[in-house]
Write a protein that binds this ligand. Sequence first.
Ligand SMILES: Cc1cc2nc3c(=O)[nH]c(=O)nc-3n(C[C@H](O)[C@H](O)[C@H](O)COP(=O)(O)O)c2cc1C
Length: 392
Amino acid sequence: MLRDRRILLAVTGGVAAYKAVFLARRLLERGAELEVIMTDSARKFVGEQTFAAITGRPVATGLFGEERVSPHTELAGWAELIVVAPATAATLARLATGLSEDLLSATLLASTAPVLLAPAMHTEMWENAATKRNVEQLAQDGYKLIGPGEGSLAGGDVGPGRMVEPDEIVEAIEAAFTGPMSGWRVLVSAGGTREPIDPVRYIGNRSSGKMGYAVAAAAAARGAEVQLVTSSSLPHPTGVEVFPVETAAEMAERVWELAPRVDVAVLAAAVADFRPAEEITSKLRRHDGVPELLLEPTPDILAGVAKLEKRPFLIGFAAETGSLDGAMRKATDKGVDLLVANDVSEAGSGFGTDTNRVTIMFPDGTSDEWPLLDKSRVADRLWDLVQQIRQP
Ligand SMILES: Cc1cc2nc3c(=O)[nH]c(=O)nc-3n(C[C@H](O)[C@H](O)[C@H](O)COP(=O)(O)O)c2cc1C
């Protein structure tokens, strides 16, 4: 899946440019975010309006006079992957020599994203010594070439030089995004829940959602299909399907719905244990006196997942203050495969910070203390560990 992957499609001036229209469609169908660059020659073969209509965004065509101030650096920074399809002999030559006099070549030069080139040209052009040299140079420079294939070419000729079909290019793009966790379905919960007291107030907690988001982002970066149930308003991590919720009850409903279909569930959200028992539909007022709030327990989301008949590999989180004894009880009694515990009262650890010092606890009562690390590093180490110990 290419959900939310930021892909830049560059179309250059060959007859196969019409196939790039199908490629654009396929990428969008798979959930990619797409920007299109067309060279001047490409626009002689297919109208830019076609791509604009498909993507819903204007096509970028020039270095100067565009809406963007610096289109080449903006597009280069935005793209997670650039695919040039078709890639003409001229474009390959420009890229191999480092020229940057038009939007596409400048963008390619300004980008650090992986670049996939799908050459298309007549056999004589493909077999020309200069093209061969350029292709060798590009491979050495780390560009990935797909094709060309053999078959009928424009004008009735037959031979090597035909652009590979859009579906094959899509597969190559998907392969570029796959990692060691491709094929894994992962569910993550994040954020602190909010339990309404009245229409304007709530009982909440200090959780920012950063740890859960780091876990979700790291799984997606390893190629997993990730669903994130969150009460946080942090920006959505790339390649992750997000389900916003607010209360513990909403989070429970969504997590329980999704959990039976995933391989791993990481419940990192700080879920309220109690909520106001009574629903108050209009704002409480000072002159009515101090209200008495009766609380009731919220659903135990972790326990609900643990008792599923076909439960995923289950990772719980425990935020403690002071001793981690309570967390160890949770690790041994609640049916998890791993528990990530931290002391949120410790400096640099827990709610709202970018770092965390966690202790990994196992159901057999053993534990492993990790040093103070960036949350993204904690997330990476956690996935390293899960990859090691989870039986597929
Ligand atoms: C009808 C026609 C078809 C062409 N097809 C190709 C082609 O398939 N591959 C190619 O490398 N050049 C082809 N060219 C030549 C390119 O359009 C030309 O080299 C152009 O400068 C490429 O510019 P660009 O790489 O900036 O798009 C074709 C030209 C014409 C007139």
